[in-house]
Each structure stands twice: as structure tokens, then as C-alpha cells.
Design a protein around this ligand. Sequence first.
Ligand code: CFM
Length: 463
Amino acid sequence: MPLKLFKCDETIPEREKHCYIKAPGEDITEFLPASNVETIPGTLSERGCSFCGSKLVIGGVLKDTIQLIHGPIGCSYDTWHTKRYPSDNGNFQLKYAWSSDLKEKHIVFGGEKQLKKSMIEAFKEFPEIKRMIVYTTCATALIGDDPKAVADDVMEELGDVDIFCSQCAGFAGVSQSKGHHVFNIDWMKEKVGTHEVEITSEYTVNFIGDYNIQGDTYILEDYMKRMGIQIIAHFTGNGTYDSLRSMHQAKLNVTNCARSAGYIANELKKKYGIPRLDVDTWGFDYTAEALRKVGIFFGIEDRAEKVIAEEITKWKPKLDYYKERLTGKKVCIWTGGPRLWHWTKAFEDDLGMQVLAMSSKFGHQEDFEKVISRGREGTYYIDDANELEFFEVLGQIKPDMVLTGPRVGELVKKLHLPYINGHAYHNGPYMGFEGAVNMARDMHNAIYSPLMKLAAIDIREQK
Ligand code: CFM
């Protein structure tokens, strides 16, 4: 039985179902850790809220759209500036935060008037911007405001603007994953098919589930361009509102983050018959495989091979330099979900590292199927690990480095362990061949930096 009850969980034995160790011969048909369920009271959860999944992860990335959050100011502030997804128009989406700034009186008497006022004010402040997403939050969902009715009103009044309403309050699901789902499905229902872009190539794709973290999208765009492929829409890194309305025009959906954006790929397949091709775009082998798959789909394998060969010639010697120094190093990965299965084998095959423990904030069953299939025996796979479990695992594994976000990263630093930001990156981009080298470099620098060892010295004992 591969499930594990940590010592720290003796008082919350329900946690056993969430902690799994891959046993010899384990084939994931009998057991998987429990996932995508409500947090057990008494544990310190890493899960995020559903509004955040919609706003911070998907909609907020769009570079030409006012992101108006209908709720108290905190919902706006806390989803502003915490993710690094740049754009090629001067980072409009990172500079500003918009809110209807709800106060107690609006909670009592209704917030729709305040919302309308804020929407018109925002459009007036940014006269060149004609697109807006309005987000419901817990407060406005509870009082029953109807942002769609307000949006229709504003669209009619202003005439030249388009507004999408993401109605997914923080409490709508067990994690941010619900927000991904709601945004995907509602966008598909309401916006896809309402705009057309000019077609310039016979090979057209939507790049789905890539958020341009520190420039990832630019790397993928370059590969597609060199293969003569037109990207209709990026869902949503460096993407525009109107390109996302044109997703029906693509011949292929290249899906990277299947967790946050697989839904829209499936819907596009159902409604428009556009095939879905899942790829991994982190790591050398995976990137080559991704380009090959796209090349095969369009019958342009030679173009894919050319790009792969050029990139490998350029970047492989650098990767090899780091591989020599990273082989055998032990790693833990503590991120959302998909990066566990995107990264585990890439680190092991490309760099000779050992991934010995992983925790996913909100991965579903299929994420655990993927990561356990790709991972090694004896590795820990935990759903939404709490802090004490984390300490226990670290004590057992003694990793050389941890990949996680700034929140858990602060704990890791206090333990004097090297840490890499696995969400927003240290010095990305991390995707593609170039990105794999950047990532290897950052891991190398973290592990070999003398800083953590020095930080562990208690200077009071020094003479
Ligand atoms: Fe997809 Fe993402 Fe991730 Fe994600 Fe996230 Fe993220 Fe993540 Mo942080 S969309 S699921 S909700 S790959 S923000 S860019 S790194 S937890 S594993």
C-alpha cells in the first residue's frame, strides 16, 4: 500500500490519503493520492482561491485588456504584481490594477451602480483600451450582483467596447483550478467565434496553456515562426483579447498546461473539430519532441528537424556543462501540479538529477497519473502538502535544492536550503532549449552558491 501517514499527521489521519510513495512495480491502477478535494480542517493548505485561478492565472495575462475586479480592494491588490508575465507592449497588464473598491455600504445596498461607475471611469482613463474583463469576487457573488447586466449596459452606452465577465468567486471551488475551468468554458461559450484575424500561413495553431512567464512565449513564438507556422492565439501569454475570440480559426491546438487550459482545447475540438496536441515545452528532449509532433501534424517534419538541429548545436554544449555539475543532485518540486510532470523526467533525463519528492497544490487525478508514471520509485507524491509534512520530507530526503514559490521558498531559505522560484522563475525564460539551459544555470548557481552554508553559521559563536 503506497499511501503514507506522516508523523506530523497523527492528529489528522485523513491526510494519509493525500500522500503517496511510488512502490516497486506500482502501476497507479490501484492507488492514487486523493486530490482536487476540499482541504481538511486543521491542515495548512497551499491551495489558492478560484477567483485567483481565473484572474491571476488566465485572464490577467492579456496585454490589452482592463481587468476590473468587482470586490473589495484586497482582491485586486493581492492578484496584482505577483506573477511575472511580460508583454511586448510595455507590460500594460503588469502596471495597473483596477477595482470597483467595494465598501460596506455597497455590500448592504448592492454594488452594481458602483461597478458601472468604475467601468466607465476605467475606460475613460485608458481611452485607447476597448476591452475589459470584469471579475466577480466572494463579496459580490454573495450579495448577488449581476455584472453581466451591468456589462451589457456599459457596452450599449459606450458602443465601441467589448466586455467579458468572469463569474467565479473565490469560494466557487476547492482551489484555483475551478477558476481555470470557469474562465475556459465561459470564454469558449461567449467569445470564441466572434472575431476573425487575417490568415497568413496554411499552418495555423493556437498555443494553449502558456503564460509567458519571464518570456517563455517569445521562445515558442520564435520556433513556430521559423517553421512557418502562424499562431492565431496565445491562451494567454502575451495574448490579446481579440485573438482569443479568433481561436476557432486555427487548425491545431498545441496544449502545454493541460491542467489550466485543457478545457478550452477540448471544447474547440468538440465545437470546431480542431485537434488537440499535448506537448511539454520544458527540457531539451521534450521540446524537440514537441516540435517534431507539430511538424508531423502539418507534414513539415524537415522544418522541425532544422530548428531542432540549430537549437541543439547552439545550446547543447552549455547544457552539458551544467549536466556534469548537476548529475546526482537531489531535488524537491513544490508547485501547482503540471510542472511536476513536465519537469521530473526532464531533470532526470536532461541533467541526471534525482527528483525525490513532489507536492501539488491543486493537481487532479490525471496530473498524479502523469507524474507518478514519469517519476522514479521511492519518490513522494503529495497533494497539497502542509508545512509540517514538508519539513518531515526534507528531513528524510535532504535535498540539494527545492523548486517552489516564494511562500514556501521563505521557509526553505530559513532551513538554509537552496531554492529556485518554480512559479515565476529566477532568471527565465525556462521553456525551450534556451530556457532549459537558463534553468540548469539557475539550479547550478543555487546549489553551488556558498550563501546558504554561510547563512547557517551562527556568528555569535565566532571569535
Ligand atoms: Fe499551469 Fe501555470 Fe501550473 Fe497553473 Fe499556477 Fe503557474 Fe503553477 Mo504557479 S497555469 S497549472 S495555476 S503551469 S501560477 S504558470 S506555476 S501554480 S504548476
